[in-house]
Design a protein around this ligand. Structure first.
Ligand SMILES: Cc1cc2nc3c(=O)[nH]c(=O)nc-3n(C[C@H](O)[C@H](O)[C@H](O)COP(=O)(O)OP(=O)(O)OC[C@H]3O[C@@H](n4cnc5c(N)ncnc54)[C@H](O)[C@@H]3O)c2cc1C
Ligand SMILES: *[C@@H]1O[C@H](CO)[C@@H](O)[C@H](O)[C@H]1NC(C)=O
Length: 386
């Protein structure tokens, strides 16, 4: 079997892989993107709910060297973002091989290069790529994460991870529990309630919540002011808008929202209307789940219990790096995240890079893509002259 030689192999055709390919093409460094799905940006196309819009203002969400069209709204809807990605690919002439599931990648001892073993899901054939540089762009969200809950295996209602939730059309009149109060959980709870479901949400820990506009203002302020100051202003604005929500089961963390985010922790939740519905009693808040009893009864840590027809887990994701990257130790730790902290997370030993693993959304992806392309450019060019 022939080996396909390319200077750079990029694994993953989401925004991070595409942005890196765009930056490399601009520098005329040839590369290929390998994507397991039959389309690019599949998370946005297939695994995101219908009403999703970019949560951050558009200035924080563009990919490198190619602005959004000027008529885009500040908060770009899902479909427009997909159109933008399509035109990004056309503009930079990005080459993507679809239906390529990367089974393994390791350093080949004899050549010192990366070997990438791929399963072509269309032809069923195995393919092997050899590359000096390997860019890992399989995303922070490549595996669904559902926590272990006592009794979940015998639950008789419907349950799903939030990446399978598109809208609440089939949930009218049903009792539905959303687990998790991050962006996905709060927005899905709001959506379900709008579709006529009797909606409840599990809020286990303290949470920061703001309107999109507040977060947008906060990000602008961060350019000029200290984190503590911006955090204080945001929490003040949130209290002004929402009032004291602790009697409804929502507590705010002691630490400020951006301080927490910079530490690599939870991102503040952006409220799209869920909080108002909680206040009005349209969405009920429960504390953590303790167990699920046979049938459809969910028990909570405070002793309450209730019946639910469906449970939606908005409990986050994991990376899948450890499943396919054999020589992961050149850059990644046992959790499948980069070992070096931001801003040094994007580069490892032996020509390996990570794009999209800094928990900084699309802005972080842009940062990584530019750094990686420039570094490869430098490595290649430093050689030619001698
Ligand atoms: C619901 C949701 C909303 C979000 N909203 C925002 C937002 O508003 N603003 C923002 O900045 N960020 C947002 N994010 C965070 C982040 O910016 C996006 O998740 C973004 O899509 C990440 O891009 P990525 O390329 O790193 O990963 P992904 O988009 O997950 O792309 C990774 C790609 O790799 C492929 N892949 C995985 N494993 C393999 C393999 N073994 N072989 C081949 N291919 C493989 C996958 O099929 C996928 O296409 C959101 C995330 C989610 C889940
Ligand atoms: C790429 O490398 C060339 C040659 O070293 C250099 O002139 C150019 O500035 C580099 N480009 C970037 C963006 O670093």
């Amino acid at each position: 079997m022939g080996i396909i030689e390319v200077p750079v192999v990029i694994v993953g055709g989401g925004p991070a892989g595409i942005a890196t390919a765009g930056c490399l093409n601009k520098l005329k460094i040839s590369n290929i993107v390998l994507e397991r799905d039959d389309c690019h940006a599949s998370l946005w196309r297939k695994r995101a709910y219908d009403r999703l819009k970019l949560h951050l203002g558009k200035d924080f969400c563009t990919l490198p060297h190619y602005p959004f069209p000027s008529d885009f709204p500040n908060f770009v809807p899902r479909v427009d973002f997909l159109r933008y990605i399509d035109s990004y690919i056309a503009h930079f002439g990005i080459a993507i091989n679809y239906n390529r599931f990367v089974d393994s990648a390791f350093i080949d001892e004899s050549s010192g290069k990366w070997r990438i073993h791929v399963n072509n899901k269309c032809s069923g054939a195995a393919e092997i790529y050899a590359a000096e540089f390997l860019v890992v762009a399989t995303g922070e969200n490549s595996e669904e994460y559902i926590p272990k809950i006592d009794g979940l295996e015998s639950y008789e209602g419907e349950h799903m991870h939030c990446s399978k939730y598109l809208n609440g059309r089939d949930m009218y009149g049903k009792n539905v529990l959303v687990v998790g109060c991050g962006n996905s959980g709060m927005e899905i709870a709001y959506d379900l309630s709008n579709w006529g479901a009797y909606t409840s949400i599990v809020v286990r820990s303290p949470v920061h919540y703001f309107s999109k506009e507040m977060v947008f203002a906060g990000m602008l302020m961060l350019k000029h002011l200290k984190v503590e100051k911006v955090d204080k202003m945001l929490v003040f604005m949130s209290k002004m808008k929402y009032g004291d929500m602790s009697k409804y089961g929502l507590k705010r963390p002691k630490e400020g929202p951006f301080a927490l985010k910079i530490k690599g922790g939870a991102t503040p939740t952006i409220d799209v209307g869920c909080i108002k519905k909680i206040k009005k009693g349209k969405i009920k808040v429960f504390p953590g789940i303790s167990s699920i009893k046979k049938g459809t009864v969910v028990k909570f840590v405070d002793g309450q219990h209730a019946h639910f027809d469906a449970i939606i887990f908005a409990t986050g994701y994991k990376t899948n790096v450890l499943k396919w990257l054999k020589d992961y130790k050149e850059l990644f730790n046992e959790n499948g995240m980069p070992k070096p902290c931001y801003p040094n997370h994007w580069k490892g030993e032996h020509g390996i890079y990570s794009a999209g693993f800094s928990r900084r959304g699309l802005e972080g992806i842009s940062f990584d893509a530019k750094k990686i392309a420039n570094d490869i450019n430098m490595t290649l060019n430093s050689r030619v002259d001698f």
